[in-house]
Design a protein around this ligand. Structure first.
Ligand SMILES: Cc1ncc(C[n+]2csc(CCOP(=O)(O)OP(=O)(O)O)c2C)c(N)n1
Ligand code: SF4
Ligand SMILES: [Mg+2]
Length: 323
């Protein structure tokens, strides 16, 4: 979530009264919709996009402050379909791009989208560092257990036995457990949802958005082309069960003792150990200073020490010291 969202006019030079801003137009779905999505009919990613539009509309964010970023993949096409600032960046490198934007412009709402390949394999290292630094952004990982865009290779979340172009006799490597990875990396908000459960998905996006820091949602989003029906066990409409995490209410009742304390890292690990399809909801949330806040403070302290020196003078001094 961004730090401030005020929209006041600057005071005119000479102290004359500021001209009032014209009233903002309502942020409608039409205003935030860009190109027609090019995903295959039935792809889970459509529901993610629809849910995202709903949240933007509901929260009435300032249109010019919405930034959507992504790496490469079917899911990473997301920014094309949102009318806002956006970039479809290098495969796996979306977290560093988002980090720079978030740190330089803390007033923007930085939303990041991508797949299991983008986030957990080629971008796995960047995910770790974005998480431990707690850089303010909302990252949505559309996990389909396969490389969709490149037409069916084994991904880091593909289950053992999955037959793909890279594993024609079935995958043999232990898959990444996204929840465990995110907890150990230090993400400060971690949730799990399913593209077939739109109200839950919207709820998770809103909770992640309200969190200050590195918030991540893993969304099971079916690739109907290269790994169909894999998420049916978590879809009640297809005979599965969508089991929600019961969060602690702190109401001093005996039943509350059995509910999940989202600030308890070890309890979150235990939930992450449950066999597929596991449970859904908020696994972990903690309040830790963001790098945005720490860096801001550090810059302010340094500014205080160096007085009124300009950026160029500071740079010159640094270079002089290096001579
Ligand atoms: C540096 C680099 N390496 C590999 C590729 C090829 N590539 C493009 S997308 C992709 C995987 C996409 O899978 P995922 O992130 O799970 O997204 P999905 O298409 O499944 O939504 C790969 C390997 C690339 N474009 N750039
Ligand atoms: S290939 Fe799979 S992930 Fe990509 S658009 Fe089609 S259904 Fe969606
Ligand atoms: Mg994928």
């Amino acid at each position: 979530m961004s730090e401030t969202t005020t929209t006041t006019s600057p005071v005119a030079a000479g102290g004359s009264p500021a001209i009032a801003d014209p009233p903002r137009e309502k942020l409608t779905k039409k205003a935030i919709t860009a190109d027609h999505p090019t995903w295959c009919p039935g792809c889970g990613d459509f529901a993610v996009l629809a849910s995202f539009y709903k949240v933007l509309e509901k929260r009435q964010l300032d249109h010019e402050k919405i930034v959507t970023l992504a790496g490469i993949g079917c899911s990473s096409r997301f920014p094309y379909f949102v009318n806002g600032h956006g970039a479809h960046y290098i495969h796996g490198r979306a977290v560093p791009l988002a980090s720079g934007i978030s740190l330089a412009r803390p007033d923007l709402h930085v939303f990041l989208f991508g797949g299991d390949g983008d986030g957990f394999s080629i971008g796995g290292n960047h995910l770790d560092h974005g998480a431990r630094k707690n850089i303010n952004m909302t990252y949505f990982i559309m996990d389909n257990f396969v490389y969709g865009l490149t037409k069916k290779q084994t991904s880091p979340t593909s289950p053992i036995g999955f037959k793909s172009k890279t594993d024609p006799t079935g995958a043999i490597d232990m898959p990444v457990n996204p929840m465990k990875k995110l907890i150990s990396a230090g993400a400060t908000f971690i949730a799990r949802t399913h593209a077939a459960q739109v109200p839950h998905m919207i709820q998770m996006i809103e909770r992640a958005f309200d969190h200050q820091g590195f918030s991540v949602i893993e969304c099971l989003s079916e690739c109907v082309e290269f790994f169909p029906d894999v998420f049916d066990p978590a879809n009640p409409k297809k005979g599965g069960s969508f089991e929600l995490i019961q969060e602690r209410k702190w109401d001093n009742t005996p039943e509350d003792e059995l509910r999940h304390d989202v600030t308890d890292e070890l309890a979150a690990y235990k939930l992450a150990q449950l066999p597929f399809p596991g449970v859904f909801g908020v696994f972990y949330e903690t309040d830790r200073p963001t790098k945005n806040a720490l860096e801001k403070k550090w810059i302010e302290n340094t500014r205080e020490k160096i007085g009124s020196a300009s950026d160029v003078e500071i740079l010159q001094k640094t270079f002089d010291r290096m001579k």
